[in-house]
Structure formats: structure tokens, C-alpha cells
Design a protein around this ligand. Sequence first.
Ligand SMILES: CC(C)(COP(=O)(O)OP(=O)(O)OC[C@H]1O[C@@H](n2cnc3c(N)ncnc32)[C@H](O)[C@@H]1OP(=O)(O)O)[C@@H](O)C(=O)NCCC(=O)NCCS
Length: 164
Amino acid sequence: MIGLRFDARFRLMTKRDLPTLVRISRENMAHIIRSAWGTEWKDDIVVQAITDPDTITEIATDDDRIFGYYTILRRVDSVFVVSIQILRQFQQRGLGSLMMTRIEQWGRRNDLGAVELWVQSTNEAAIKFYEHVGYHVACKQGNNYMMRKELPDRSEASTRGRHV
Ligand SMILES: CC(C)(COP(=O)(O)OP(=O)(O)OC[C@H]1O[C@@H](n2cnc3c(N)ncnc32)[C@H](O)[C@@H]1OP(=O)(O)O)[C@@H](O)C(=O)NCCC(=O)NCCS
């Protein structure tokens, strides 16, 4: 992956973005949830996660369109990725990698030691993606893997990009 293959900038989400973020999540995840958990998708779960006052959500946009978003939660010694979703037609063009870099930079700036997330075991594309950007499976629970990446250079606060 050599940089982002289209123009996008990041900003914090606003309530007006919510329906688009829910739609992107539903389109990406409904079949994964069905195959991993045997249950139907519920918009409420993603609405609750994104609107939780303890989470931070940044969207990637060119002002006209929303390409995707990520939601993170600060834990005691790690950043937890609640969600990362990119519009299907903009996947595999470098945006996911850029988002993970921003998440890791945020973790380092906040002196946190690792980034963690859960991924459904049937989501093979996402698992390949996380492995590609340096994550390993830390544990398995049911049809889910917890993946983790240590942030050894936590004091190395990045000055690149706009801060969340
Ligand atoms: C998973 C996701 C966030 C990755 O973001 P992305 O912008 O598509 O990924 P990138 O373009 O940065 O890919 C980086 C590398 O990851 C790997 N990768 C990404 N998507 C892949 C796929 N579908 N299959 C296999 N490998 C993949 C490749 O090695 C790729 O490197 P390359 O472009 O040099 O081949 C995005 O595809 C997505 O939103 N998927 C649907 C929602 C989802 O599953 N979210 C995660 C829930 S836990």
C-alpha cells in the first residue's frame, strides 16, 4: 500500500452523519454477523456505539461524500477499535490503513500501550487486513477473535494529520 489512492480528509462526526454511517455499517456487516453469530443485523447496536459519549468517531470525507469512519474508545492502557467501516467501492484503496495509522498515533499521543479490537472469525478479509497492518490474534471467544498490536513507541507523539 503506497499512500491513499483518492482525496479524503478527516473530521469528527456530527449527528447529521449518523444515518450514512449506519448504512455503511449495515451494508458491510449484515452478512458477516449472520454468518458468524447466526443473528440478524440491528442498526441500534451501531447507533449506540457511535453515540456513546465515551467513544470518538472520525469520518473520512471529501465534503460531498462520506467514504467511511472509525470509532474508538479509550481504555486504561489501550485503544479499543469499536468499529472501522469503509464504503464498499472505496475499500482496498488505502483508507483503512490510514485510519489504523491515525488510531495508533492517537494511542501514542495518549500514552496507551496497545490497540485492540474484536473481529468475527468469518470476516476473513478484515483479518487479512489487520494482519497486514501488524495485528495478531490475542484470544478467541466463540466465533470472534480479539486482535492486538503493541504500541512500543508510545511517547513518540506524531505531528502528522489533524488531531482528534
Ligand atoms: C477491513 C477494511 C476496514 C480495510 O480497509 P481498506 O481501506 O479496504 O484496506 P487497505 O486498502 O488499507 O488495505 C491494506 C492491506 O490489507 C489487505 N486487505 C485489505 N482488504 C483485503 C481483502 N478484502 N482481502 C484480502 N486482503 C485485504 C491487503 O494486504 C491490503 O494491501 P494491498 O492494498 O497492498 O493489497 C475495509 O475493507 C472495510 O471497511 N471492510 C468492511 C467492514 C469490515 O469488515 N470492518 C472490520 C470489522 S471488524
